[in-house]
Design a binder for this molecule. Structure first.
Ligand SMILES: Cc1ncc(COP(=O)(O)O)c(C=O)c1O
Length: 415
């Protein structure tokens, strides 16, 4: 079998080829598929068993070690993990869920699918994460759950959010689709709240092509979820004629993972520690390089938690200009997600969200992932510094008092 380093080298080689070929831009995301996945994939594809089976179970056991939590369910995508979490939290028609607008719509569409109403809570404009003080204000007797999202992988204020959930006897659901392997208060995301939902979609920290994991605090939720992920049927129960004799108590979904995607996940777990290290190291380089800038400002993170740095988001003065400048420099940048609350499908839930207004007017993400070479990093940092040199004097100019006022001031004695 190939070692982790050999795998990384071959990936680096093919990425280098891609980056040097045809003057392509440095990408914001990149799919990581090690060549070593081909053999186990071939085996499972030709095994005669490709549905949910022993490889899914093995993948769940491996994930349990990553999450420090045995109650893992492997599902077919991250959106399904969110919908199943809402179902297990007993969110139903007419109930309220307090949620964040600053995320992928996949966070909030499942709330509508349950027939529930969204109550937006504001965010911290320097992290992108939901603000617990505003969450506390938005909880009503109809609230069944709080939904939080770890923007870019930076963990939310989980102690505060869990305290609010406990006070009201409601559930906290973490959309951790950006945060595989992030750490909060010394423990991995997936071991703090009632539910944590992960995505293994193509461009996430780790991919199974499509896939997800729902991690539950309670064994009972895990057991109920195990049935609901497959029509409410217990695949493990002994039966004489396939599943024909079993009564289904509660309707479910077709949300299970299969053995084909599970072997990809098992192979990915051998590499993901290394790829994540690269994300974190690249982010640290940016933090240092950008710490004194006035026009491109990193988000403000506490050191009691650590982001897996799926995104490196900055707040930028005159974002449109910045995006054009980076594009010219051959660097892909993006806002990644648009605020959800302005979509027509959510128009019944409109609210005043000054934190979202502030964040959304300046936020943009730059490439930070495992695929960046030393040359790419230097090039990106240089492009950002160039922007600072261009815009900073203009901003200072804009900040100067109007000329008339300046004249008056000039005649005042020095105080
Ligand atoms: C924050 C967030 N939540 C949920 C999802 C949905 O995950 P999936 O695409 O695996 O369904 C995504 C991304 O794709 C996401 O970024």
């Amino acid at each position: 079998m190939r070692s982790v380093d050999q795998g990384m080298q071959s990936i680096d080689e093919s990425v280098k080829k891609l980056l040097s070929g045809g003057g392509k831009d440095i990408p914001l995301f990149k799919v990581f598929i090690p060549e070593s996945v081909i053999e186990p994939l071939r085996e499972v594809l030709l095994s005669g068993y490709i549905g949910e089976g022993p490889r899914v179970e093995e993948f769940e056991q491996q994930l349990a070690l990553w999450f420090n939590n045995d109650n893992v369910l492997a599902l077919n995508n991250g959106t399904a993990t969110l919908q199943l979490a809402l179902r297990l939290a007993n969110v139903g028609y007419g109930d309220e869920v307090v949620s964040t607008a600053m995320t992928c719509t996949a966070t909030n569409e499942p709330i509508l699918a349950m027939g529930a109403k969204i109550v937006w809570a504001d965010i911290d404009p320097w992290t992108g994460n939901i603000n617990p003080d505003d969450v506390a204000k938005k909880v009503t007797p109809k609230t069944k759950a709080i939904m939080c999202v770890h923007w870019g992988g930076y963990p939310c204020d989980l102690d505060e959010l869990n305290a609010i959930a406990a006070e009201h006897g409601i559930k906290l659901i973490e959309d951790a689709c950006h945060a595989f392997s992030s750490i909060y208060h010394g423990k991995p995301i997936g071991s703090h709240s009632d539910f944590a939902c992960f995505s293994f979609q193509a461009i996430k920290e780790m991919t199974t092509v499509d896939g997800g994991a729902l991690v539950c605090k309670s064994k009972a939720d895990r057991e109920r979820g195990r049935l609901l992920r497959w029509y409410g049927i217990d695949r493990k129960s002994k039966r004489k004629d396939l599943r024909c004799e079993e009564d289904i108590v509660e309707y479910g979904y077709k949300f299970h993972m299969n053995d084909v995607t599970a072997v990809i996940g098992l192979e990915q777990l051998k590499y993901v520690g290394k790829t994540i290290e690269k994300h974190r190291a690249n982010a640290a380089r940016y933090n240092e390089a950008f710490k004194n800038l006035k026009t491109v400002r990193p988000l403000r993170y506490k050191d009691d938690r650590s982001s897996v740095c799926w995104l490196y988001t900055v707040r930028v003065k005159n974002r449109q200009k910045f995006m054009e400048h980076m594009k010219k420099a051959g660097v892909t940048v993006s806002q990644v997600h648009a605020r959800n609350d302005l979509h027509t499908m959510f128009e019944d839930f409109r609210a005043d969200l000054p934190g979202v207004d502030e964040f959304t007017s300046e936020q943009v993400s730059i490439p930070v992932g495992w695929w960046l070479t030393e040359k790419d990093l230097a090039h990106i940092i240089n492009a950002v510094l160039e922007y600072e040199r261009y815009l900073r004097p203009r901003i200072q100019e804009m900040k100067k008092p109007p000329r008339k006022y300046e004249k008056k001031m000039a005649h005042r004695p020095n105080l």
